[in-house]
Design a protein around this ligand. Structure first.
Ligand code: 16G
Ligand code: ZN
Length: 531
């Protein structure tokens, strides 16, 4: 009753935006920052419930809107092992976020009963935010919700999204056999730097790397990480977190991937290795300008193939390839040439899932070593318990085997297994290129991407577009799939699909084909069929 009263009183400081229906989507709640107060309040309440339900394990709350414009913000929950919130709870978040403020304490109570939460359990929450100006206000709201419900909490101030995921996992594994690291920002840097040094034993990074930080939280955090690193020369650009409007503006991983060009501010020369992070540093893409000054993108598909090939080689050199089932997880957006390369050259199994990190992550856990990346640069590698044990306990039969085993062991620490992490992925790519002695040009040369086109189509009602087969086909509206297939068949290597966006009110059409003009043509025709 005291808690209920405290919730009601705290809630009444805020005002619900009129007529707005909130939904916990693929990346939590995300919208214009001034609409978010009551949503964040609800998320604070739910975080406490989630922790109590899980007997007081630490739950994370991240305040960020990733690659969205500066005036947006968002909030999402992180589960105990650093994964995304369990799907069933997304509906609870939605319910609480839409509750009228006058009755939110009652809805909270009912929900606790419905989910069967033992209310005497302790509740523990850690939270952090990106550099958006609205973040401090929203963290204040979160604080109010946690205080009203008597939750123990730690404010980690500014962090990248993956750093918060890391801290959550560390907190919950502390003192167990699965201990993940020291639950602090410093612990994160030390873990990355030490494992990077181990992976780099005997090899050297060639030249330097320019990193565009999207003017987001990744900038200061990368600078911090660099204090712990040696043997790598990083030039940090677009790290202005003072001017609030510069965030994700004309820079960052999303800009580079969707515009297929370097940030206009880039001063990199031909063949210089460049990378871009997004606004909360969980996405990474590489690129360079070739000798003819043509922009060349190395996206998530490229990072996946690079990592899968390297780990596959290491497993063979370590003599444990037979014991580890290595696989790759992609979405329908993966370039067909990358899928071909994984199947025919790397000879690895592939799972295709729906868009959204949680789907890929989930599928990756079905392998001993699961390499998953979305084409947009979001991804990581997961290692099963069997893989961790095999790597740790195998007796090397030769110095070469020993070296490979040590390298694999260090990789399991370098890779942020909780979630896709641009800083960790960047060190992974740098290490692999150093081992292979490759410049980005050789990396690009492993296979040739099929030209592709992405079109956004405005429709009256996107909910009628129902996909199946990992979003590669449409079952509704009736007849559309047959139409798309007939169009596809007219083009050499033609492949196309349409799906309702999970983050915008639109349908996205993807098309690829053997030539640029064919890909464009196919995309246009499918878009016409959709609208
Ligand atoms: C979200 C997803 C991202 C996905 C994108 C697709 C997470 C953390 N983020 O941003 O992985 O690529 O949605 O957007 O899962 P769309 O549905 O609008 O195409
Ligand atoms: Zn992001």
């Amino acid at each position: 009753p005291a808690v209920k009263k405290a919730i009601s009183e705290a809630a009444l400081q805020y005002q619900k935006p009129e007529g707005k229906v909130f939904e916990y989507g693929t990346a939590g709640f995300r919208m214009k920052a001034d609409l978010l107060n009551t949503v964040v309040f609800a998320v604070g309440l739910l975080a406490g419930l989630r922790s109590k339900k899980l007997s007081g394990q630490w739950i994370g709350v991240m305040v960020t809107a990733s690659h969205n414009p500066a005036e947006d913000n968002g909030v999402k929950l992180v589960d105990p092992m650093g994964e995304m919130l369990e799907a069933e709870w997304e509906a609870y978040a939605t319910k609480l976020a839409n509750a009228p403020l006058e009755s939110i304490a009652d809805v909270y109570d009912e929900l606790a009963k419905e989910i069967d939460v033992k209310m005497t359990n302790p509740a523990r929450v850690v939270f952090a935010r990106d550099t958006r100006a609205s973040g401090s206000r929203l963290v204040g709201v979160l604080n109010a919700a946690l205080t009203a419900t008597e939750v123990e909490f730690i404010d980690f101030k500014y962090m990248t999204t993956p750093q918060l995921h890391y801290v959550v996992r560390c907190k919950n594994t502390l003192g167990t056999q699965y201990e993940y690291g020291e639950p602090s920002e410093k612990g994160y840097y030390e873990k990355l730097a030490q494992s990077f040094q181990k992976v780099m034993r005997g090899v050297k990074v060639q030249g330097n790397l320019t990193v565009d930080c999207a003017n987001g939280v990744g900038g200061p955090k990368l600078r911090e990480l660099m204090k712990f690193l040696s043997g790598i020369d990083i030039k940090v650009v677009n790290d202005d977190v003072i001017n609030p409007d510069s965030l994700n503006f004309d820079c960052g991983a999303d800009y580079v991937k969707t515009k297929q060009r370097a940030p206009p501010s880039s001063k990199a020369g031909a063949l210089d290795r460049c990378a871009s992070l997004d606004g909360d540093a969980d996405r990474l893409v590489y690129y360079f300008q070739d000798e003819s000054n043509v922009f060349r993108l190395l996206d998530g598909d490229r990072i996946a193939t690079l990592a899968a090939s390297f780990i596959g080689d290491l497993a063979r050199n370590a003599g444990i390839a037979q014991k580890l089932k290595i696989g790759v997880v992609q979405t329908a957006y993966a370039n067909g040439a990358s899928t071909d390369y994984i199947e025919k050259v790397l000879k690895l199994p592939i799972i295709c899932t729906n868009t959204g990190v949680k789907h890929l992550h989930h599928a990756a856990l079905r392998f001993d070593v699961g390499v998953y990346f979305e084409a947009n640069g979001h991804g990581t590698v997961t290692f099963s318990e069997n893989a961790m044990k095999t790597i740790k306990n195998t007796e090397p039969q030769s110095p070469a085997q020993q070296h490979a085993l040590e390298c694999l062991q260090a990789l399991t620490d370098l890779i942020n297994q909780a979630v896709g992490d641009a800083l960790s992925d960047m060190l992974l790519v740098e290490a692999i290129l150093a081992h292979k002695g490759w410049s980005p040009k050789e990396w690009l040369g492993t296979y040739t991407d099929l030209p592709s086109r992405l079109v956004r189509v405005e429709v009256k009602d996107r909910s009628i577009f129902k996909a199946y087969d990992a979003e590669r086909k449409l079952e509704s509206p009736a007849g559309l799939q047959a139409q798309i297939e007939s169009l596809m068949s007219r083009y050499n290597k033609g492949r196309s699909f349409a799906r309702a966006s999970g983050t915008e009110d639109a349908v996205r059409v993807y098309a690829e084909a053997a030539s640029r003009s064919e890909a464009d043509d196919l995309a246009t025709r499918v878009a016409n069929a959709v609208s």
